[in-house]
Design a protein around this ligand. Structure first.
Ligand code: IPM
Ligand code: MN
Length: 353
């Protein structure tokens, strides 16, 4: 296949991990005889500094040109503590999601055997946990009507039937390919929007007779995720609940730096790590490139190129087994590897596979 890839390195450690992702992409394409053409585009704080807009029109055009976007991270501390900032890097991410119609955010929570001891949970609880959180990404409070004055403020958690139906369909498709268990997470005991979600899910469930659908309140789900993470196979939820639960999900595996994600929908899909821009580590060559590299695996798998994806996953597992690891997951007394060295080791593995 001929790939056109938009590369959006963004801020902080973004450019460093982006480079490793691109090198892995190129190595796999070379190996399997795919052509790949990259176009780079700016976003986030970098784009605010350069053109005053965190998701400029030109970047949007580049995304539309591409078959897939390889995104890294946005965010810069100089905006965090400034409530008067007119534009923020995060708005670039939200604009990208909205303009590309990326309504389905797929966040797999997988454990890596050799890292389970890093989990804040006891190993016997987290061992074998393997679920996917499907987060609705273009609706809810993030995009609903907002208001703020000095004495009053609100965000509206609005959802329409078509928005709920399409994300549930994605969730059922994933559940059908996995262990056939879908958990719909909501707050239907309090919120009208959740009651509509639940009603629509109950209407749709009979269309998927081989899949078990259950319903769970979000507070209970947050608890269940740390009590019994193996309970879950596919969970689906609205934007804000999904934001919160996926941060929780990403740390129970012991390795936030290892989790990739895909955002798909109406236009070009985006593949990115779950973690943020980690500005304190910028330029230090210590950030873990594996989440970015695994997001390249998800990219290939999205195009049904499963062998390509599997090779990347094998290479990542081999690097962990060989103790080729960035500092935060380094084995005690082991050799030190930086962002670049880990990426190069993986490229080398792919070239020699
Ligand atoms: C995420 C992030 C974003 C979100 C921020 C950076 C706007 O936390 O992708 O989960 O809240 O969606
Ligand atoms: Mn988040």
């Amino acid at each position: 296949m001929d790939f056109k890839i938009a590369v959006l390195p963004g801020d902080g450690i973004g450019p460093e991990i982006s480079r490793q992702g691109v090198d892995v992409m190129s190595a796999v394409c070379e190996k399997f005889g795919h052509k790949v053409d990259y176009k780079y585009a700016i976003c986030g704080a970098d784009a605010i500094d350069k053109v005053g807009d965190p998701f400029p029109e030109e970047t949007y055009e580049t995304c539309l040109w591409a078959d897939a976007v390889l995104f890294s991270a946005v965010g810069d501390p100089k905006f965090d503590n400034n409530p008067n900032a007119k534009v923020r890097p995060e708005q670039g991410l939200l604009a990208m999601r909205k303009k590309l119609g990326l309504f389905a955010n797929i966040r797999p929570v997988e454990t890596f055997k050799c890292l389970i001891h890093k989990s804040p949970l006891r190993s016997e609880l987290v061992e074998g946990a393997d679920f996917i959180c499907i987060r609705e990404l273009t609706g809810g409070m993030y995009f609903g009507e907002k208001y703020q004055d000095n004495d009053k403020a609100y965000d509206t958690n609005a959802y329409t039937r078509p928005e709920i139906e399409r994300i549930l369909r994605v969730a059922y498709e994933y559940a059908g390919r996995r262990r056939k268990h879908l958990t719909v997470v909501d707050k239907a005991n309090v919120l009208a929007s959740s009651r509509l979600w639940r009603q629509i899910a109950q209407e749709m469930a009979p269309q998927y007779p081989d899949i078990t659908t259950d319903f769970m309140y979000v507070d209970n789900a947050a608890m269940r995720m740390i009590q019994e993470p193996r309970f879950f196979d596919v969970m689906v939820t609205e934007n804000t609940f999904g934001d919160i639960l996926t941060d929780e999900g990403s740390v129970i595996t012991g390795s936030m730096g290892l989790l990739p994600s895909a955002s798909t929908g109406e236009k070009t899909p985006v593949f990115e790590p779950i973690h943020g821009s980690w500005p304190q580590a910028k330029g230090l060559d210590i950030a873990n490139p594996l989440a970015q590299i695994l997001s390249v695996a998800m990219l290939f798998e999205y195009f049904n190129l499963t062998e390509e994806g599997a090779l990347i996953r094998r290479a990542v597992n081999a690097s962990l087994d060989a103790d080729v690891r960035t500092p935060e997951i380094q084995v005690e007394g082991g050799a030190k590897y930086g962002t670049k060295a880990v990426g190069e080791w993986i490229v080398n593995y792919i070239n020699n596979a």
